[in-house]
Design a protein around this ligand. Structure first.
Ligand SMILES: Cc1cc2nc3c(=O)[nH]c(=O)nc-3n(C[C@H](O)[C@H](O)[C@H](O)COP(=O)(O)OP(=O)(O)OC[C@H]3O[C@@H](n4cnc5c(N)ncnc54)[C@H](O)[C@@H]3O)c2cc1C
Length: 506
C-alpha cells in the first residue's frame, strides 16, 4: 500500500525530544490541550486556535531542528533518514516567519474518496504539496476493495468502470497502472432479476424480452419525441416504454446503479445517472485491476507530493489571516492557504456552517440516503447461483447484490449486498443466507460498511449553480459526488474543474 497512516501526536512533547528541549530549554510551551488546565476557562475557539498555532509554530521550529539534525546525522552515516515525515514539515502546518508564510502543504484535502484523491492527484502533478486527511482507517471512501490476507478481494463499493471514464483512465495511465488493467470476464454480461423468490437470468438483449411490447407500442411513439430536460427518470422512461414496463423492469435496474430508488433522479444534466462520453477504444470496455479498484486510490496516495493521514477526521474549519486553520478530531490544527472539502456533502455542509452559512445551507439542502453494504465470501462450489455480475430485486430489502464473478477466483466467490437502511445485522444475514441458500455458517469473513450517498432531484443543476455562486468568492475548494453526479467519472470531472478554479486564484 502506498499510503501511510501518519503517526499521531506529532506535536512536540518535551519528554519525547531531547534535542528540542535542549534547544528551547525552559521556554518550551505546554502541549495545546493543556491550556484548559491553566485556569483560563472558558476559552473561545478563536483563542484556542491562536494559542495552538503559537504552540505549534514554536514546536515546529524545535522539530525542524530535530529533523535537520537527524538528517545531517543520517547523511554523515551514509544512510537514509528513518523519519517518514522528513520530506514534509512534521505536523503538516506552516510556520509564520517575519510576516511571511512558509508553506508546508500547498493544499489540504478533507476526504480521501476519489473526489479528494483526484484533486490531490491533479495538484501534485502540477508540483503542489498536498496533505489528504481521512477520518476512516482506510483510503478510498466508496472505492473499497475489501482485501483478505490470502490475497482474495472483492468490491464493497464501486465495482464497474468503463473505457468512457476518460479522466479516470488519465489517472490510471499517469499512476503507471495502465499495464495492470484487467478485462472483466464473461460473467459481466449475465445478471438476475429477482421477483417473488425466483431469479430470471438475463443478458442485455434478453432484458428487452421482459418488456410488454404492446405497452411499448402504445407509449413509445409519443414518448420518443419528449425531451429529457426537466424530467425525472420515471417520467422520461415511462414515456418511452410505459409505466408498467418501467416499474417491473427498468426501475429495479436503475435503482441498482446508485443503490437507491432512482425514479426521481433528473434524467439529464447534473445529478443524472447516465452521460454520453466518448469511449477510449484502446482500453477494455469495462475493466478492473488485479487487486481491485482500490489500487487506483493507493497509487494516487503513493505520489511523492501527496501525504495521506488516515484516522484523522476534520472537526472544524476556520479562517485565519489570508488562509484557514483545519482542526482535527484529535485536537490538532493545520494551517493551509487552500483547503478542499471532499467529504460527503452532509459533512462538508457541517464544516462550512460557521464559515459560510448560505453555502452550507445550499449544500445541506441536497437529499441523501444511507446504503448499508454487507459483504461475504463463499467457498467456490457451495453456492447454487450461476456466475453473474449482479442480481437486482423488483422489491426487496436490498437494492442489489454485486458479485466478484467477472474476475473469477479458483477458491472463492464473493457477494456484496447493498441494503436499504434500517435492518439489523441478523436480519441481513438471514436474507443473504436465504437468497444464497446457505446456512449463516457458510458466509465467511462478513464485512459491513455504511455509506451516505446524495439523492439528486430535478432542478439539481440550479442547486449546483447556487452552490458555485456562493463558493465563487471563497478561496476554498468543494468537490464530491453531489455536483455532476455519483459516477466516479463525474466526481473526477468536478475535482478537475475545482482545481482549475483554485489554481487560478494562485
Ligand atoms: C455501493 C456503491 C456502489 C457504487 N458503484 C459504482 C460504480 O460501479 N461505478 C461508479 O462510477 N460509481 C459507483 N458508485 C458511486 C461512486 O463510487 C461514489 O459516488 C464516489 O466514489 C464518491 O466519491 P467521493 O470522493 O465524492 O465521496 P466518498 O467516496 O464518500 O469519500 C468521502 C470521504 O470523506 C471522508 N470523510 C467524511 N467526513 C470527513 C471528515 N470530517 N474528515 C475527514 N474525512 C472525512 C469519508 O470517510 C470518505 O472516505 C457506487 C457507490 C456505492 C456506495
Amino acid at each position: 500500500m502506498g499510503h501511510r497512516n501518519h503517526r499521531s501526536g506529532r506535536i512536540f512533547r518535551p519528554e519525547t525530544s531531547c534535542f528540542g528541549a535542549l534547544w528551547l530549554g525552559p521556554a518550551v510551551l505546554p502541549a495545546a490541550g493543556e491550556l484548559k488546565d491553566r485556569g483560563r476557562e472558558p476559552i473561545t475557539p478563536g483563542e484556542r486556535v491562536r494559542y495552538n498555532v503559537e504552540v505549534r509554530n514554536r514546536a515546529a521550529l524545535i522539530q525542524n531542528r530535530e529533523e535537520t539534525l537527524e538528517l545531517l546525522r543520517a547523511e554523515a552515516g551514509g544512510r537514509r533518514s528513518r523519519l517518514p515525515g522528513a520530506r514534509v514539515p512534521p505536523f503538516g502546518g506552516r510556520c509564520k516567519l517575519r510576516g511571511g508564510w512558509m508553506s508546508g502543504y500547498d493544499v489540504v484535502v478533507v476526504g480521501s474518496g476519489i473526489s479528494g484523491l483526484s484533486l490531490a492527484h491533479r495538484a501534485a502533478l502540477e508540483g503542489r504539496k498536498v496533505l489528504v486527511l481521512e477520518r476512516r482507517e482506510r483510503i478510498g471512501g466508496c472505492l473499497h476493495s475489501c482485501r483478505h490476507p490470502d490475497g482474495h478481494w472483492y468490491e464493497m463499493g464501486a465495482h464497474t468502470v468503463y473505457n468512457s471514464y476518460g479522466r479516470l483512465l488519465d489517472i490510471v495511465v499517469a499512476a503507471g497502472l495502465a499495464d495492470r488493467l484487467v478485462r472483466r470476464g464473461p460473467a459481466r454480461a449475465r445478471f438476475g432479476l429477482l421477483k417473488d423468490g425466483r431469479v430470471d437470468w438475463l443478458t442485455p438483449p434478453r432484458v428487452l424480452l421482459k418488456l410488454n411490447w404492446l405497452e411499448v407500442a402504445l407509449r413509445g411513439p409519443v414518448g420518443i419525441f419528449r425531451g429529457k430536460e426537466g424530467r425525472t427518470v420515471e417520467e422520461y422512461y415511462s414515456g418511452l416504454v410505459g409505466k408498467g414496463n418501467f416499474r417491473r423492469v427498468l426501475s429495479p435496474f436503475f435503482a441498482a446503479v446508485p443503490s437507491q430508488r432512482a425514479d426521481a433522479f433528473p434524467v439529464s444534466g447534473p445529478g443524472s445517472l447516465f452521460k454520453k462520453r466518448p469511449r477510449r477504444e484502446e482500453f477494455p470496455r469495462s475493466f478492473g485491476l488485479p487487486g481491485g479498484l482500490g489500487e487506483i486510490c493507493a497509487a494516487i496516495a503513493a505520489h511523492d507530493k501527496i501525504e495521506v493521514r488516515t484516522g484523522t477526521g476534520v472537526a472544524a474549519l476556520h479562517r485565519a489571516g489570508d488562509g484557514f486553520v483545519i482542526c482535527t478530531d484529535g485536537g490538532e490544527e493545520i494551517e493551509t492557504r487552500i483547503p478542499v472539502l471532499a467529504a460527503t456533502h452532509r459533512e462538508s455542509a457541517r464544516l462550512l456552517r460557521d464559515l459560510a452559512p448560505e453555502l452550507s445551507a445550499a449544500v445541506a439542502a441536497i437529499g441523501e440516503v444511507a446504503v448499508e453494504s454487507f459483504g461475504v465470501r463463499i467457498r467456490r462450489g457451495r453456492c447454487w447461483m450461476p456466475e453473474c455480475a449482479f442480481v437486482v430485486p423488483v422489491d426487496d430489502v436490498f437494492f442489489s447484490v454485486v458479485t466478484r464473478d467477472p474476475f473469477p477466483d479458483p477458491d472463492w466467490r464473493a457477494f456484496a449486498f447493498h441494503f436499504r437502511q434500517g435492518l439489523d445485522r441478523e436480519e441481513k444475514i438471514a436474507r443473504i443466507s436465504d437468497l444464497l441458500k446457505l446456512s449463516p455458517g457458510d458466509l465467511e469473513d462478513p464485512a459491513e460498511e455504511r455509506t451516505l450517498l446524495p439523492s439528486p432531484r430535478v432542478g439539481h443543476d440550479r442547486v449546483v449553480g447556487g452552490i458555485d455562486r456562493r463558493l465563487a468568492g471563497l478561496p476554498l475548494g468543494l468537490t464530491g459526488n453531489y455536483f455532476q453526479g455519483l459516477a466516479i467519472e463525474d466526481c473526477i470531472a468536478r475535482s478537475e474543474s475545482e482545481w482549475e478554479r483554485l489554481k487560478a486564484r494562485g
